[in-house]
Design a protein around this ligand. Structure first.
Ligand code: NAG
Ligand code: NAG
Ligand code: NAG
Ligand code: NAG
Ligand code: NAG
Ligand code: NAG
Length: 885
């Protein structure tokens, strides 16, 4: 086999090339019917039965009212999709005809023209069936019968039971989700309803060709001092057992300055018994002709087009893949922590941080749940764009695709590549033990192989993790079966260590595979995969929830090397709740509707207690519920802010190197931990994330002693030299500070630096009348968010007055023209205003910031709208709330 450079166009012109032909069955004529055929409606592919029943008006909006339980009969029935499509002579004459189901949800039996062609039982697997024998000229009929996932899960559990049986009653969910390779949250979660969907959640096609096709391309990229070494692997498929297919593989990589690197070679391809084969090309490129890819906030996201072609020599059949690749190195560093922290308590154990392009970078972001409870709608591009852009806007550099949802669409990861959002990718196993029967394990093997091959080339993927919380669940006896510990441990190792790990390591040797998330990382492995304490602060990542403590107090939080989950609930806005009910009576605490949507046992009690620790809310207030919604959002924002800043500060003392709060998004209008409501509206938490995740932030910590430690957080590659922190003490009744002091400060790059600022509030008289404001001025930093300390709980604040607030809107003229329709909103006040919250009751636009602690008579905030409004129209739309006790 020889490798040589070619002028690429020659290969295209030399033959009478034909690209592999694909018949997309999306446009076939689809019908869907239930078992007794009392319902027969038109179907959609890709789609799903809930979507189709809604379109046909058999059921209402699934997210409205109580429709999650009222439509549950759907998931107990058997649904048959029938599609009619035509095949012509040239298609029929091709030597290979493969029907490719990109995603069937989940347990299905398939017939083509009344001949059985296969069965499926894993929604995360692409199924390919040879249909050469069953296809006919003219009209063909494909029939896919979906069994009730609820029934299959139940019947499998009789044979292969493993804990837990059911979700808590509060979830209104279904049992034994762990028996199925299906989105685990589709049987309900503490933040979501059960919609045990069935259908084609991804496309189905027929591929016609004569020889071979390329299914996917993986790119393994390594670096030394001068070069990048790229190994491009084509994953080839055909009908079984083809020998000696003379082919030509080529690749073209577009580099800086319109240069192209083109390479190709002749191949003799012999496929394995299952019809697969692989072929490689290697490139070596000098480092100075590409730019590095950086996570958001740390640099740009350079991406390069890679085209890979595979053509057969005898008939010039071509298969083509286009990818965008990025050049970056990433490693998860787990090494002796004394190196960083000395011979101290903190220095015991191992570090756990990401080094990107050689730099230790602090990771900031949140956890991603499916973008929609129906998997076919979760790949909607607009929804993904809106959520990922909103994540980027609040300085997200990493999100975690959580293990109870789905492996997201190609589009999702492409957008992460473009936006600089690194992905901590869980395999889809969550909060359960899993069966290990042969059928299950074989299906998981295929799932893992296909997933890694599909996603491996994305620079955004940072690591793989075997599951969500299953190590912790087993160690902590979440399912109260301590007598089964040994059995479950062996099964756990069988699945995540012996089955999944070797596949990931062989297909993607460049990335870390963590067995569980959270875990103690290497230490969990040393302790036999189920660590004694998976939450050990000296190792790995942790999840932390505490609904009983005072969450505004930074001193309650645990130490960790990396906080991969934490958060508290809030209610979504009234305007979002109104999209789920038309009845105003539902919008009260006594309503069955509101209680129905709270899946966290005691959730409202916790929320009330959290609010009660810090804010004063009169139960007899005529606007009690409306205020409760607002206060729950203040409480959530302040809690997650406190916890996040605690972790960021601890970069200095504990080498904490990551924060991902739970959770970014929502699947319905309900109380949840999200920072963005279903429908896209930002909660106060999301606005606050923009501040508490800011690259440069003054971050105070009020200690129990009354001392305030002040940290300067600097996630940049340059130090802060002779910056100025101003500390203003305010009286709640006045916009003029009682006193101010300025400190000259320094901060190292990529560090949290504790400042030599000594503030003690212990001896401050009348602490209930004051609060402290922190602001930073430094060269090269155009804006750094203000920060605040409230020495006393705000429910006891003295001096707050009803403010006079004037809002006026004007069109923004400055700024880039592609910013959409932008307005300046000028806010004038006559006294201190806490948590000033602006709303427009439309999802057609958003404020740049919100939830203000107003300490100046005039502030200006940008508003970006998708529709063209006059300033007067916008002014009329704006309503506001604020906190007063
Ligand atoms: C057919 O199935 C539907 C849905 O499961 C059920 O409501 C209906 O009663 C059944 N009809 C007959 C005639 O059995
Ligand atoms: C068969 O259908 C394919 C796809 O629509 C089309 O490209 C091709 O020209 C058709 N061939 C004949 C012989 O009609
Ligand atoms: C670390 O500290 C302990 C206790 O102070 C001491 O006994 C030990 O020798 C120290 N180890 C090193 C390597 O300095
Ligand atoms: C609210 O009203 C009830 C009934 O009138 C009364 O018992 C209760 O004390 C009031 N609560 C507050 C906080 O004023
Ligand atoms: C705050 O302002 C009020 C009203 O002017 C005043 O009575 C009070 O003493 C002030 N408190 C402090 C701590 O300065
Ligand atoms: C704090 O003061 C000490 C002693 O003067 C000095 O060495 C150190 O650099 C200062 N730290 C900062 C962050 O300014």
């Amino acid at each position: 086999m020889k490798t040589f450079y070619i002028v690429f166009t020659s290969i295209v012109l030399n033959f009478n090339n034909v690209f592999t032909s694909v018949l997309d069955l999306t446009n076939a004529e689809w019908t869907v019917s239930n078992k007794n055929e009392s319902i027969k409606i038109s179907g959609s592919v890709p789609g799903g039965v809930y979507t189709d029943l809604h379109k046909a008006s058999v059921i209402g909006d699934i997210l409205s009212g109580f429709n999650d339980v009222l439509t549950r009969w759907v998931a107990h029935d058997t649904w048959t999709y029938t599609g009619k499509f035509n095949v012509n002579e040239s298609q029929l004459n091709s030597l290979v005809a493969h029907m490719v189901f990109e995603g069937l949800d989940t347990v299905a039996y398939i017939e083509l023209n009344d001949h059985p062609i296969g069965t499926t039982n894993n929604m995360f697997v692409r199924y390919v069936f040879d249909v050469k024998q069953q296809l006919k000229l003219g009209e063909n009929q494909l029939t896919v019968v979906f069994e009730s996932p609820i029934k299959v899960a139940n019947s499998r559990s009789e044979k292969y039971f493993t804990a837990p049986a059911c979700v808590p009653d509060q979830y209104n969910g279904e049992c034994h989700a762990n028996q199925l390779r299906k989105m685990q949250a589709s049987f309900a979660w503490d933040w979501g309803p059960a919609f045990p969907s069935v259908g084609f959640w991804k496309p189905v096609t027929i591929e016609f060709y004569n020889n071979i096709i390329m299914r996917s391309v993986t790119t393994h990229i390594e670096k030394d001092d001068a070069f990048w070494y790229i190994k491009i692997t084509a994953h080839i498929e055909s009908s079984r057992n083809k020998k000696d297919i003379k082919s030509y593989m080529s690749a073209s990589l577009k580099l800086e300055g319109n240069q192209k690197y083109i390479i190709g070679k002749d191949l003799d391809i012999n496929t394995n018994d299952d019809g697969t084969s692989k072929a490689d090309l290697s490139m070596t490129i000098s480092q100075n002709i590409v730019k590095l890819w950086w996570p958001n906030g740390y640099g740009d996201q350079a991406l390069y087009d890679l085209d890979v072609y595979l053509s057969t020599i005898n008939d010039g059949e071509i298969s083509h893949k286009h990818l965008q690749i990025g050049f970056r190195t990433i490693e998860l560093v787990e090494e002796d922590a004394t190196k960083y922290l000395g011979n101290t308590t903190a220095g015991q154990g191992l570090t756990f941080y990401f080094k990107v392009n050689g730099y230790p970078l602090f990771m900031k972001g949140s956890n991603w749940i499916p973008a929609h409870i129906l998997p076919e709608l979760g790949s909607d591009r607009k929804r993904i764009d809106d959520l990922l852009t909103a994540a980027k806007d609040v300085h997200t550099s990493m999100i975690r695709v959580w293990g109870g949802g789905v492996y997201e669409s190609d589009y999702f990861y492409r957008r992460c590549d473009q936006l600089g959002i690194l992905v901590w990718q869980d395999f889809q196993f969550a909060c359960a033990m899993y069966p290990i029967d042969t059928e299950f394990l074989n299906s998981v093997k295929t799932e893992v192989e296909q997933t890694v091959v599909r996603l491996q080339h994305h620079p955004s993927i940072a690591l793989w993790a075997g599951n969500n919380e299953n190590e912790a669940a087993l160690r902590g006896n979440w399912y109260t079966r301590p007598q089964e510990f040994q059995r479950y441990k062996e099964e756990y190792i069988k699945l995540y260590v012996e089955t999944i790990q070797p596949i990931v390591k062989s297909l993607d040797p460049g990335r870390r595979y963590l067995v569980s998330s959270p875990s103690n990382g290497l230490e969990s492995e040393r302790e036999g995969y189920i660590a004694n304490n998976p939450y050990d602060a000296h190792y790995g990542d942790t999840h932390y929830y505490n609904y009983m403590a005072d969450n505004w107090n930074l001193n309650i939080y645990p130490l960790t090397r990396f906080a991969s989950e934490y958060g508290v609930q809030s209610l979504p806005s009234i305007s979002t709740l109104k999209t789920a009910t038309q009845d105003p009576k539902d919008l009260s605490f006594d309503s069955v509707f509101i209680r129905h949507r709270q899946h966290l046992p005691n959730g409202f009690t916790y929320m009330k207690q959290q609010i009660g620790k810090r804010l004063k809310l009169d139960e007899n207030d005529t606007k009690y519920f409306e205020k409760f919604v607002f206060y729950s959002q203040i409480s959530q924002a302040m809690s997650v802010k406190a916890e996040t800043e605690f972790y960021r500060q601890n970069q200095a003392t504990w080498h904490t190197m990551g924060v991902m709060y739970w959770q970014l998004n929502d699947v319905w209008q309900a109380p949840s931990w999200s920072s963005i409501e279903y429908g896209g509206k930002w909660k106060m938490l999301h606005y606050y994330a923009k501040s508490f995740l800011a690259p440069v932030l003054v971050s105070p910590r009020l200690l129990l002693s009354g001392d305030v430690d002040v940290y300067l957080l600097n996630d940049r590659f340059v130090p802060i030299v002779n910056g100025e922190i101003t500390v203003d003490i305010f009286n709640f009744s006045s916009l003029i500070p009682i006193r101010s002091q300025t400190y000259v400060v320094q901060a190292e790059p990529l560090r949290s630096t504790k400042q030599n600022i000594s503030i003690n509030l212990w001896n401050e008289p009348n602490k209930e009348e004051i609060f402290v404001k922190f602001s930073l001025k430094a060269d090269g930093i155009t804006s750094s968010p203000f920060n605040f300390v409230f020495p006393k709980s705000l429910k006891d604040a003295v001096g707050l007055k009803e403010p006079r607030i004037q809002i006026s809107v004007s069109k923004r003229t400055e700024g880039r023209p592609d910013n959409g329709l932008q307005y300046n909103v000028d806010i004038r006040v006559d006294t201190i205003v806490l948590f000033l919250w602006l709303e427009t009751n439309t999802n057609d636009g958003h404020f740049e910031n919100n939830g203000f602690i107003v300490t100046q008579p005039h502030i200006r905030v940008k508003y970006t709208s998708k529709t063209n409004l006059t300033p007067t129209e916008l002014e009329k739309l704006i309503t506001y709330q604020y906190y007063i006790n």
